[in-house]
Design a protein around this ligand. Structure first.
Ligand SMILES: Nc1nc2c(ncn2[C@@H]2O[C@H](COP(=O)(O)OP(=O)(O)OP(=O)(O)O)[C@@H](O)[C@H]2O)c(=O)[nH]1
Ligand SMILES: [Mg+2]
Length: 302
């Protein structure tokens, strides 16, 4: 599937919900105020949050009425920010660490990342199963490794996750692998003991490989929207987060959550999950995001 189609399909629900609120405005001959109200409500419905919705309304209020639809797209683009690449090591294996609350989509994202940046781009990938709390977690990652054509390094159940991550990087170096993706156990952002454990994983990774971790990605469920801020603050104290992966943007008509998350965290969104399949993780592309989100609607004056 072409990449823009993937975005359009993933954001289908949000686009339809926005469309339902905006589409008829032209036909009904809505006034300027009615149009601005509809835009604000539509953005709140799409989970952008009240602050962003009000801000967009205020900006659009300064434009001629027939510019509102185009302005709406421009505003989404401005709020989406720029695309930011993932960092690779200059030498030796690159190490990316995935962190986040329970069920955010870390393991799934690890598998999809291995497919996206692995074989297809000529890299050998090691998936490190540093979620040692549950045997099922390692099994789940093993399935993804198989699908993505990556190697799996797993520890024993209950083994210190930091030592699993360390071993995985050592083994990756010895085997000439290019990329190590470390999956960690889900943890709540207010459980200090578990956050300290994450700090320990980060330090182990740094000892195993110079410059590592090259990315620490906070995986956030798009549906969590506003709660992402509290999550990030907890995690930021434990490890240096370099970017966000917003998952499950396809799950509900809440694609605007990405804007709320980006705004709240002031960190770049680097990846987006648009479905459960192996190909449903994409690097963040602001233009494609706007294309996926914004319905065509007309102003009465057009
Ligand atoms: N629709 C949709 N589902 C997703 C996406 N990403 C992950 N999921 C689903 O979310 C659920 C949880 O994903 P996991 O990858 O197991 O989450 P996790 O963060 O590893 O969970 P823990 O290890 O328990 O903390 C699974 O059912 C995934 O298929 C996405 O982008 N879209
Ligand atoms: Mg997991």
């Amino acid at each position: 599937m072409a990449i823009w189609d993937k975005w359009r399909k993933g954001l289908e629900r949000t686009r339809q919900a926005l469309k339902a609120r905006l589409e008829d405005l032209g036909g009904k001959g809505a006034s300027r105020e009615e149009m601005l109200d509809a835009v604000e409500e539509a953005l709140i419905t799409a989970d952008c949050g009240v602050a962003i919705a009000r801000e967009v309304r205020a900006t659009l209020a300064r434009r001629p009425q027939d510019d509102i639809p185009a302005g709406f797209r421009e505003e989404l683009g401005r709020l989406a920010g720029a695309a930011t690449d993932l960092h690779f090591a200059a030498q030796g294996p690159t190490v990316w660490l995935l962190v986040g609350v329970n069920g955010a989509g870390k393991t799934t994202t690890a598998g999809k990342l291995a497919a996206l940046y692995g074989r297809a781009q000529g890299r050998r990938v090691v998936l490190a199963a540093a979620d040692t709390y549950r045997a099922a977690a390692t099994e789940q990652l093993a399935i993804w490794a198989e699908r993505a054509g990556a190697e799996l390094v797993a520890g024993r159940e209950r083994q210190d996750p930091a030592s699993v991550a360390f071993q995985a990087i050592e083994q990756a170096g010895a085997r000439g692998a290019d990329l190590v993706i470390v999956d960690t156990a889900g943890r709540l952002h207010n459980r200090q003991g578990l956050l300290d454990e994450l700090g320990k994983i980060g330090r182990a990774v740094a000892r195993a490989q110079e410059g590592a971790p090259h990315e620490v990605l906070l995986v956030v469920d798009g549906a969590t929207g506003q709660n992402a801020l509290a999550q990030a603050q907890g995690f930021l104290g434990a490890v240096p987060i370099t970017g966000i992966c917003v998952t499950k943007l396809d799950g509900a008509a809440k694609g605007g959550a990405l804007l709320a998350v980006r705004r709240a965290l002031d960190l770049p969104v680097k990846l987006v999950g648009l479905g459960e399949g192996i190909e449903d993780l994409v690097p963040f592309d602001p233009a494609a995001y706007v294309e996926g989100m914004a319905p065509n609607f007309r102003s009465a004056e057009q």
